[in-house]
Design a protein around this ligand. Structure first.
Ligand code: PM9
Length: 460
């Protein structure tokens, strides 16, 4: 299935480094308190190992740095736009391409073109920015993940799959209110869990019965294809490129945050085969992102994306990248830390409720755990729990809690070594020893949408 990690090494040489510094525990205590116990408010220089996100944090290859120099900075008709378009057509098969400044730009353009008040956007599990954009359109985000996807310790493959019965039930409530179905590959909220080809094919067939378009959130498409190759019958002998081609053939288009699997530091796009969706979307792209052939990006960014999209298909790269995430997971399991099983593509997710069982949901256990890991080792993760996905009922004002209360340790691509992973595991083992002493947090400030980015907390 997967080659053991000690049978291979990184399939690259490192020829540029960025020094990082360590802070003292006292410094970290003061900094996190000044930051209102929100890790987004920390200066990155006060972080030793930054696992806040795998987004925009990848190390680019020599080929990508060289591509930057070829960027054509023309406002209209940039050569770099056509390179990007060719790369997307080659891998995904989509003809129409709208570059955007990053993934949420693509989400904005797609939602503005297709979603109206009262609609329901169905998905396996929408990510936070996706959910935010749906809510901003006055529509409802509906997750149709199968139940096992919420069961943290159950070690079964493809926990990103849709519950097909639920999908059909939701469509049948009123198909006219479903502008499209969105398949997020891999599923970020519940562990970077992949979606199987079988499930993707079935979702597409059901949506087509009702004439509903299917889009992918393709942020981590290559990681998803790697899991299909290794875990799904019939794909072992296919290349990642062939698997990607088949996967995208079941959809009408995709949004993509290129900051993940296009291995760049900024960028995104909307791509589709549907000309009328494309025409509607550019009406929003031009005022909000920029002209059709640059969409908020420099020509050089589009060149680096065009190259990154091709190089992410390299199986040795994917083996090393996903192998490192699994390695961190194994270290944590050995240390008795409860994590989402199996490990997914881009990070290890800690089960904060299991680790801090004495805290209530309104103590924000995942936020507490993320704060303690920072204080312990200067390691920054991100809360994906009651703060990121909780909401207040607009009528009653009561808290609505999400199913999961997780801390994600997202591993940037080609940035940290396995020794960094060992440091993370030992810091967490120390947090575990004093877990029963950890106090809750209370929310002192929240924005109406995407509150976790700017929330402030105080210690209980
Ligand atoms: N994801 C992440 O860390 C960055 C923002 S939250 C710290 O996982 C999916 C599946 C994502 C995603 C961003 C976006 C938005 C869309 N879909 O960040 O706007 O994981 O490029 O992409 C983040 P942008």
């Amino acid at each position: 299935m997967f080659r053991p990690r000690d049978e291979y090494a990184e399939p690259y040489r490192i020829k540029m480094v960025e020094p990082i510094r360590q802070t003292t525990r006292e410094e970290r205590e003061a900094l996190i308190s000044q930051a209102g116990y929100n890790l987004f408010s920390l200066p990155s220089e006060a972080v030793y190992i930054d696992l806040l996100t795998d987004s925009g944090t990848s190390a680019m290859s020599d080929a990508q740095w060289a591509a930057l120099m070829r960027g054509d900075e023309a406002y209209a008709g940039s050569r770099s736009y056509f390179h990007l378009k060719e790369s997307i057509k080659d891998i995904m098969g989509f003809d129409y391409v709208i570059p955007t400044h990053q993934g949420r730009g693509a989400e904005h353009v797609l939602m503005a073109a297709m979603v109206k008040q009262g609609d329901r956007v169905l998905g396996n599990m929408h990510f936070d920015t996706t959910e935010g954009h749906i809510l901003l359109r006055g529509a409802e985000p509906v997750n149709c993940l199968r139940d096992v996807g919420y069961r943290v310790s159950e070690d079964v493959p493809f926990k990103g799959d849709f519950d097909l019965e639920k999908l059909r039930r939701e469509i049948e409530k009123d198909p006219r209110t479903v502008p499209f179905v969105l398949i997020t590959v891999t599923c970020n909220n519940n562990g970077g869990q992949p979606v199987s080809m079988k499930n993707i094919k079935a979702v597409s067939r059901i949506a087509k019965e009702y004439g509903i378009p299917v889009f992918f959130d393709a942020a981590r498409f290559a990681e998803n294809c790697y899991f299909i190759k290794h875990l799904e019958e019939g794909y072992a002998d296919k290349s990642i490129r062939e698997i990607a081609r088949e996967m995208f053939s079941y959809g009408d288009g995709c949004t993509m945050s290129a900051k993940k699997d296009a291995l760049v530091n900024i960028g995104g796009f909307l791509a589709t085969n549907n000309e009328s969706i494309y025409r509607k979307a550019i009406e929003w792209q031009i005022p909000f992102e920029g002209f059709v052939t640059y969409g908020g990006l420099a020509g050089r960014d589009m060149e680096a994306m065009a190259v990154g999209l091709q190089s992410v298909l390299d199986e040795l790269y994917l083996e090393d990248r996903i192998g490192q995430v699994r390695y961190l997971g194994e270290l944590l399991i050995e240390a008795g830390i409860p994590i989402v099983r199996p490990t997914g593509g881009h990070g290890v997710y800690l089960d904060a409720e299991a680790m801090l069982p004495h805290l209530r949901r309104d103590h924000f256990p995942a936020q507490c755990l993320a704060v303690e890991l920072y204080i312990e080792g200067g390691i920054r993760g991100v809360e994906l729990g009651g703060c990121a996905f909780g909401r207040e009922d607009p009528v009653t004002g009561e808290a609505i809690w999400p199913e999961l209360e997780l801390v994600r340790l997202a591993v940037p691509r080609r940035v940290y070594t396995d020794r960094h992973m060992k440091m993370v595991a030992s810091a967490l083992a120390r947090v575990k020893e004093r877990a029963h002493e950890i106090r809750g947090l209370k929310l002192t400030y929240q924005a109406p949408v995407l509150r976790h980015f700017t929330a402030k907390f105080a210690r209980e």
